[in-house]
Design a protein around this ligand. Structure first.
Ligand SMILES: C[S@@+](CC[C@H](N)C(=O)[O-])C[C@H]1O[C@@H](n2cnc3c(N)ncnc32)[C@H](O)[C@@H]1O
Length: 211
């Protein structure tokens, strides 16, 4: 019995020591990302989401343990950084698409500075051309590019979205130019339950695939 307890004791110490570097790595990454986001909180100037909306994306991904995200419209990377930070918790990755080369290059720099490049697959492309080529499946989509294409993005991604996954879209409050068709589609779609996060002026639609 004593021998068994001794072995148990040695094994627990060994396990504790083996996982310690991972815990420290995680803590280091958290403080690196948090200080990057804090430092840049009021500096974003390329149509980036507000800090609070980034936090909403992070919370959703972590809460549902999503691991395969797609973002349409990277800009300089604010929302991607929140999503990738969440992916560092769930063990997943986010693909993000941007058509503007200057913003794409700036985003790459930001991802590196935040310490999150390993969790991001950034593509310089027109989303309408690239999405049909992406295999998926995805469990979280964030649409934040050209509003007139929101409905097209939704229709292209519907077959690639996992059941239980969410198709989210930014700037969907009543009166936002170009989103009416999209809103009609998601509100009436029998396979989705749609709610709205209205913490900020922009608003985020959250359409959960139920069937
Ligand atoms: C509102 S901004 C995205 C902000 C970003 N999500 C953030 O919070 O940092 C929209 C971006 O979508 C890009 N965009 C517009 N049309 C696009 C398309 N067809 N394919 C890919 N990106 C596109 C724009 O160049 C712009 O940078």
């Amino acid at each position: 019995m004593e021998r068994l307890l001794y072995h148990f004791f040695i094994c627990s110490i060994f396990l504790h020591i083996s996982f310690l570097p991972l815990q420290i790595q995680g803590q280091d990454l958290d403080s690196k990302v948090a200080s990057f986001l804090k430092k840049n909180k009021s500096q974003w100037k390329d149509l980036n989401v507000p800090y609070e909306d980034g936090q909403t994306l992070f919370d959703l991904i972590v809460e549902h343990k999503y691991t395969s995200a797609l973002e349409i419209g990277t800009s300089t990377g604010h929302s991607t950084i929140w999503m990738a930070w969440a992916m560092s918790k769930t063990g997943g990755k986010v693909i993000t698409i941007e058509i503007n080369e200057k913003r794409y290059r700036e985003a790459l720099k930001n991802f590196k500075e935040a310490g999150l490049s390993d969790f991001i697959d950034a593509r310089l492309a027109d989303a309408m051309e690239l999405i049909p080529k992406l295999v998926g499946p995805f469990d979280f989509v964030f649409s934040d590019a050209d509003k007139g294409n929101y409905k097209n993005y939704f229709e292209l991604l519907h077959p690639k979205l996992k059941k239980g996954g969410i198709f989210s879209a930014h700037n969907v409050r009543e009166g936002y130019y170009g989103v009416d068709d999209f809103l009609q589609t998601i509100k009436n779609h029998p396979d989705y339950e749609t709610t709205f996060d209205t913490k900020t002026r922009a608003g985020i639609s959250l359409s959960k695939k139920i069937d």
